[in-house]
Design a protein around this ligand. Structure first.
Ligand SMILES: CC(C)(COP(=O)(O)OP(=O)(O)OC[C@H]1O[C@@H](n2cnc3c(N)ncnc32)[C@H](O)[C@@H]1OP(=O)(O)O)[C@@H](O)C(=O)NCCC(=O)NCCS
Length: 179
């Protein structure tokens, strides 16, 4: 069974940072090179960076299977524009293709439903082809390009992808017919 556990304690944060280092080093080194991976891990995914993000409104969650951390998710809800950013969604290489990503995405959708947010957006590196294809299969559309200067001569060269969440089917079905 896949459990989703909110990252709260220092120990949770340390475990998430460890998982981030493993996944990012493996997945992003061929895409952006090891110097940028190291820089981004330190800037965005160190325990200190994660703790600061959580204080600023990020919500991190671990996916746990049989007591092992196999993936993580970071969400940034923005009630002012009724939208949710998926800041991070990562699954360990040896656990991909088993529905953990699907479960994490469904969890993000359920957060939107609970908080009356009607779209989800994220950014994805333009060369991260498998993940782009996965997002498209999950109903995300390419909405824009985003190039962000992250310092030290590095940029993030991304697509912005958006998934709109219509009203829940059950709710539509529950509405009385217009006569
Ligand atoms: C994108 C990602 C989060 C999806 O997580 P996941 O747990 O693999 O997702 P799922 O198991 O729900 O879906 C994987 C899909 O690929 C298929 N698949 C089969 N074997 C697979 C494998 N070995 N690896 C990956 N996908 C596989 C699955 O059948 C499934 O197909 P579907 O989308 O038609 O349902 C995960 O692959 C990942 O962490 N990728 C690398 C990091 C990354 O780029 N993250 C996004 C950054 S923006």
């Amino acid at each position: 069974m896949i459990e989703i556990k909110k990252v709260i304690s220092e120990q949770d944060i340390a475990q998430t940072a460890e998982l981030a280092r493993e996944i990012w080093t493996d997945h992003f080194t061929p895409i952006i090179g090891s110097a940028q991976v190291e820089y981004m891990l330190e800037k965005f995914q160190s325990p200190d960076a994660m703790a600061r993000q959580i204080s600023g409104g990020y919500e991190y969650f671990l996916a746990v299977v049989d007591g092992k951390n196999v993936g993580y998710l970071a969400l940034v809800p923005d009630a002012a524009v009724a939208s949710l950013m998926i800041s991070k969604i990562y699954v360990k290489k040896d656990t991909r293709g088993q529905g953990v990503g699907h479960k994490l995405l469904n969890f993000a959708i359920s957060v939107c439903r609970e908080r009356h947010l009607n779209s989800i957006w994220l950014t994805v590196n333009k060369h991260n082809a498998d993940s782009i294809a996965w997002y498209e299969r999950k109903g995300f559309e390419n909405a824009d390009t985003m190039v962000q200067d992250i310092g030290n001569g590095f940029i993030m060269d991304d697509y912005k992808m958006v998934k709109s969440l219509g009203p829940r089917k059950a709710r539509r079905e529950a509405s009385p017919p217009i006569e």
